[in-house]
Write a protein that binds this ligand. Sequence first.
Ligand code: S3P
Length: 210
Amino acid sequence: MVKFTSENALKNNKNDIPQAAKENLPHLHTVILVGFMGAGKSSVGRVLATQLGWRFVDLDQRIERLEGKSVAEIFRSCGEEKFRRMELDALQTLLSKLHDDRCVIALGGGAFVQDPIAALIKATGIPTVFLDAEVEELLARCQEESRRQGSKRPLLETPDNFRKLYETRRPGYLKASFRKETGGKAVKEIADELIEALGLDKGLARTGEN
Ligand code: S3P
């Protein structure tokens, strides 16, 4: 499992990643992206991993593969509590097998605000990046995606519920090592900014997905 020891680099959770972060992250080979629905964790994670030549793991997709059903079906047939257990188990297994792999991991929107998951990540020392945006932009992104895909996220019930859930969870996301503002930015722009801010090198080839 990757051990990340530079505590100072992990303190800045209120603002964008400071310039100094890159000097404090010399041996970084795993990054975990967290944040609310619509934050761009999967799309930014995929581009980030491709640019770096690292592996990309989307935790929701991993669960879907393991269970043989979509997250929406899991919510319907097993309920949210069971899904949270699956998230913890899947992440635990993934992290225990990482060793020195270079890897970008995208969590589902509710994962990092579950205490056992936050504690598990903290114990590994792997830095987390909170992809943040105004709640109205997150809502618009999710609604647009629902329209495009013809499917709806299980917890995207009404705009009001979405807003309330965001407010409830935001303090949890702010416990991430870093916060990255994504409002009005394109996926590639965010990935490029993360590479620059974290002092990472663009790799030559992608090493695979999930
Ligand atoms: C959830 C977010 C979803 C997915 C599940 C629950 C949440 O992931 O894990 O529907 O609790 O916010 P995305 O953030 O990728 O939509």
